[in-house]
Design a protein around this ligand. Structure first.
Ligand SMILES: [Zn+2]
Length: 301
């Protein structure tokens, strides 16, 4: 995303997003469209062993990685500052003449970077002098929109209940078995095949019966539909909390958990992921849940 490259001139980059006065609600999506960031996030998903449709917000959030455009912003602004200095010093270098010409033509890259700095100064109500201050400001901006957009995403209800800040998650640093790490990431980000997710799609996506736990409800579709039509009926949805906390299909596995993990499961699931012992414990539990629920049906996802 260096000045003058195709990426900087043709795509919306984080620096561009900073200057948008009235950005829409899909700013994260816009960042992911950047070809460089698209490659970056595909790589992160590959390392997490999750599929390509996994929410980008959960991937950035759990890896604690900022988009490359944000990380590289210090270098970009440093380079622009160096060019500006060469211009002030009256350097005879060819690059200085190219810079002056592009500045005069007000090319996109120059306009974007200048406006981004100015916008940041307005938002932070102070003058910004150093490239490192710009990167720090863009990082804060990214965290703000990451937080706003993921909290307003209904599909990330479980993730939002356990994720409290933008940082790399401990479970990704423990060197866990690939299968365990993958299942933890899938459950946290709701990129799995439990009915709460699969029921979101298809012609029957609006029917609650599409998302219920088949183990806890009657398997007779017609009876189930009738029961759900009764006043005050509450469907037992097969979501993350149901499988972790209450579904009797996994009672024996739940009994094998450490007392600390069981206690946190009921009080604060997010805290389980703050400690290496409870992470390993819950990781094995989640892996066994997936195996029991899916492997025999060959639809593990
Ligand atoms: Zn159940």
């Amino acid at each position: 995303m260096l000045p003058g490259t195709k990426v900087a001139s043709s795509q919306k980059c984080p620096q561009q997003e900073v200057i948008d006065e009235n950005p829409g609600s899909t700013r994260l999506k816009s960042i992911a469209l950047d070809p460089l960031e698209n490659l970056h996030i595909s790589f992160l998903k590959w390392t997490m062993n999750v599929h390509k449709y996994t929410s980008n917000a959960t991937v950035w959030g759990d890896c604690g990685r900022y988009p490359l455009g944000v990380v590289l912003s210090k270098l970009v602004f440093k380079y622009k500052e160096r060019l500006h200095e060469m211009d002030s010093e009256g350097s005879n270098a060819l690059v200085r003449h190219a810079y002056c010409e592009q500045k005069q033509l007000n090319l996109t890259w120059h306009r974007t970077l200048t406006a981004a700095k100015s916008r940041l100064e307005t938002v932070e109500t102070r003058r910004i002098y150093w490239p490192s201050q710009i990167r720090s400001g863009i990082k804060s901006w990214f965290e703000r929109i990451w937080n706003i957009e993921r909290l307003s995403n209904r599909k990330l209800k479980f993730y939002n209940s356990i994720k409290h800040e933008f940082k790399e998650e401990l479970y990704l640093r423990l060197g866990l078995d690939n299968g365990i790490s993958k299942r933890i990431a899938q459950l946290r980000s709701s990129s799995h095949n439990f009915n709460v997710e699969t029921g979101r799609y298809g012609v029957n996506r609006l029917k609650p019966s599409n998302r219920v736990c088949k183990h806890c409800c009657t398997k007779d579709e017609a009876t189930l539909e009738l029961l759900l039509e009764l006043p005050f009926s509450k469907p037992i949805i097969e979501d993350e909390k149901h499988v972790l906390l209450t579904c009797p299909l996994y009672d024996d596995l739940r009994q094998q958990l450490l007392p600390t993990t069981r206690n946190l499961l009921e009080k604060d699931i997010g805290s389980i992921f703050e400690n290496s012992v409870t992470i390993r414990d819950i990781g094995s539990f989640i892996l066994k849940i997936f195996e029991r629920r899916f492997l025999t049906k060959n639809d593990s996802g």
